[in-house]
Design a protein around this ligand. Sequence first.
Ligand SMILES: [Fe+2]
Length: 364
Amino acid sequence: MKLDFDAKELRVYEKEEIFKIHPLWIRERSTEKGEVDQNSFQRLYDPEKIKPDLQIKNAQLLADNKMHVEFSDNHSATYCLDKLITEITRSNVLPPKIYWDKNDAELKKFSFAYGANESRQLFEILKFYHQYGYVVVEDLPAKDGEVIKFAEKIGFIRETNFGKLFNVRSQKQPNDLAYTSIELESHTDNPYRKPVPSIQFLFCIENSCKGGDSTVVDGFKVAEDLKKENPQAFNILVNTLINYKFEDNDAILEKTGKIIKLSARGELKQIKYSNRLDFVFYDEPKVLEEFYAAKRVMHQMINSDKYILQFHLQPGNLLIMNNYRTLHGRRSYNTSEGSRWLQGLYIDHDSAESKYKLLSKEVE
Ligand SMILES: [Fe+2]
């Protein structure tokens, strides 16, 4: 690693790369005493108070991959270069995503036992979850409310109009198709909410009916393949606005969005596919003709054997899914031959990410 600088730019040479750093960018990352609270590491000043013409006066490498920088406002600070480069390159501290289809996927279940060694167990569960967008936990006590106890080990529960948890079993007058015994094709949950629920927990208490297998699909793998195989369809699904809507006697929920959402950098951000609840906005038939064709291509993919991982949840099994990436569904079942009772709830992405980061410090 090498450094040089002039008044308005600090340059860090790392392997083949040169990172050019603005004086204010590096100045506002100072963690010296008086600059940030030493417990929270939050700034003790407004960075806008620093003069905009701030200059770099000196910069030198120190031992242990550290760097010392002096500024024109008489402040000087020491920085850890590895940490800075991680931030500059946006290297994620979460495990990298591994896209999968049915051929790559093996149904790995993670046993969980309360008590000793919980951190290591939760770490392995959350690692797999962040890589694959879903995870199955087994050996939990198959009882009412257990899912809340387990979920609260990871994060805060997001209550909705379905309650803190929802019971997925066949009902006589259901307000959602989840509460029937019909087959549900691959979908993401609740695209009509603002914000859309991040992570779904689905916990099996009883599942002795014939049928009722669960299915999961990696929506990011499907989107990636769609982009390669049919870029026109991909672009249509990235750009077409849809109104997602839910309505019952107690709630009218609507959200506008797209089936495939990309980040500003063009990365896959979110899949919203729920074909019982989506209403594409009015447009001319010529435009909609193309949209409907594109949507059918994706529909065929997310419901094909190539992508579907199918399994029977056993009592005590918990399926955790990233609702922004993974689609899920279930096969139809027959309640005359047994019983099927699942309980579900939602938590937010930030709690699962935070828990993983904390656990990785603890166990690694
Ligand atoms: Fe669902």
